[in-house]
Ligand binder design. Structure first.
Ligand SMILES: NC(=O)c1ccc[n+]([C@@H]2O[C@H](COP(=O)([O-])OP(=O)(O)OC[C@H]3O[C@@H](n4cnc5c(N)ncnc54)[C@H](OP(=O)(O)O)[C@@H]3O)[C@@H](O)[C@H]2O)c1
Length: 241
C-alpha cells in the first residue's frame, strides 16, 4: 500500500471528512472506529486499494498494543496518525458519574497517547512522520458543562508540545488542530438560538465545517506542513478572535 495515515473515529463527522481529504491528496488511509458506517463503506468502496477499515474500540486500552502491531504487520509502517476519535459528554461536574469521567479520559486522552506510543516506533524507524491530535477551542476558552471534555483536550495540547520536542530530531512533527463548533453528531443538540449565537460570535458569521478542519489536517500532513510542529492550529471561523 502507498504511504498511509491511520485515522481514528473515521465512521462519521470530522474523522470521515479527514479520510476523504487524505484520499483526495493521493495518500492511503487506515480508518478506525467501532462501527463500519454506510458512509465509510462507500468511501472504502470508492478507493478499495487506498482505504481500509479496521474495527476498534479505542476505549479498550489493553488492546491498543496488539491493534498497532497488527496494523503495522498488515499495512506496513504508517506515515501518519490522526487521533480524532473522542466523546463529548456534557453535564455539570457535580452530578457527573465517575464512570463517565473515567471513560472520557480513557478515550480522549489515554488512547491517543498509546496509539502515538506504539505507532511512533514505525515513524522513528522511517525517520519521518506526522502525529495530529484533534483538540477543540474549548481547551482554552472553557464552556459551561464541558469541564472534563475541556481538560481532555488541554491534556492533548500539552502532550503534543512535549512529544514534538521528543521526536523532532527524527523528522516527525506533532501538532493539534483545534476546531470550533462544527455541525456533527457530537453537537447535534446545538440548535436554535444557541447555534445562532455561536454563528454571531464569528467574524465570518458562520461555523467552521468538518471540511475546513480536515483541510488543515491535510496541510499538516503534506510537505508544506514540514516546518510546523508543537503547535495548535485553530479552525473556528474566527470565533475566538
Ligand atoms: N463537532 C464539534 O463541534 C467539535 C469541535 C471541536 C472539536 N471536535 C473534536 O473533533 C473530533 C471529532 O468529533 P466529531 O464532531 O466528528 O464527533 P462524532 O461525530 O461524535 O464522531 C466521533 C467519532 O469517534 C468514534 N468513536 C467514538 N467512540 C469510540 C471508541 N470507543 N472507539 C473508537 N472510535 C470511537 C465514532 O465512531 P464509532 O461510534 O463508530 O466508534 C466517530 O467516528 C473529536 O476529537 C472532537 O472532540 C469536535
Amino acid at each position: 500500500m502507498s504511504e498511509y495515515v491511520v485515522v481514528t473515529g473515521a465512521s462519521r463527522g470530522l474523522g470521515l471528512a479527514i479520510c476523504r481529504d487524505i484520499l483526495d491528496s493521493g495518500m492511503s488511509v487506515v480508518a478506525l472506529s467501532r462501527t463500519y458506517s454506510t458512509e465509510l463503506q462507500k468511501l472504502v468502496a470508492s478507493k478499495p486499494e487506498l482505504c481500509h477499515f479496521v474495527e476498534a474500540d479505542l476505549a479498550d486500552l489493553e488492546h491498543i498494543p496488539a491493534l498497532c502491531k497488527s496494523i503495522v504487520k498488515t499495512f506496513g509502517r504508517p506515515y501518519g496518525l490522526v487521533n480524532n476519535a473522542a466523546v463529548g459528554h456534557d453535564g455539570v461536574l457535580a452530578t457527573m458519574p465517575n464512570g463517565v469521567i473515567d471513560s472520557l479520559m480513557r478515550l480522549n486522552v489515554q488512547s491517543p497517547m498509546l496509539l502515538s506510543k506504539y505507532l511512533l516506533r514505525s515513524m522513528l524507524l522511517n525517520r519521518k512522520g506526522r502525529v495530529i491530535n484533534i483538540s477543540s477551542i474549548i481547551a482554552k476558552t472553557g464552556f459551561n458543562g464541558l469541564s472534563v471534555y475541556a481538560a481532555s483536550k488541554a491534556a492533548l495540547e500539552g502532550f503534543s508540545k512535549s512529544l514534538a520536542r521528543e521526536v523532532g530530531k527524527a523528522g516527525i512533527t506533532v501538532n493539534c488542530v483545534a476546531p470550533g463548533y462544527m455541525q456533527t453528531d457530537m453537537t447535534g443538540d446545538l440548535q436554535g438560538e444557541k447555534l445562532a449565537s455561536i454563528k454571531r460570535r464569528s467574524p465570518l458569521g458562520k461555523l467552521a465545517s468538518v471540511e475546513d478542519a480536515a483541510a488543515m489536517v491535510s496541510f499538516l500532513l503534506s510537505d508544506k506542513g514540514s516546518a510546523i510542529t508543537g503547535t495548535v492550529m485553530t479552525v473556528d471561523a474566527g470565533s475566538t478572535a
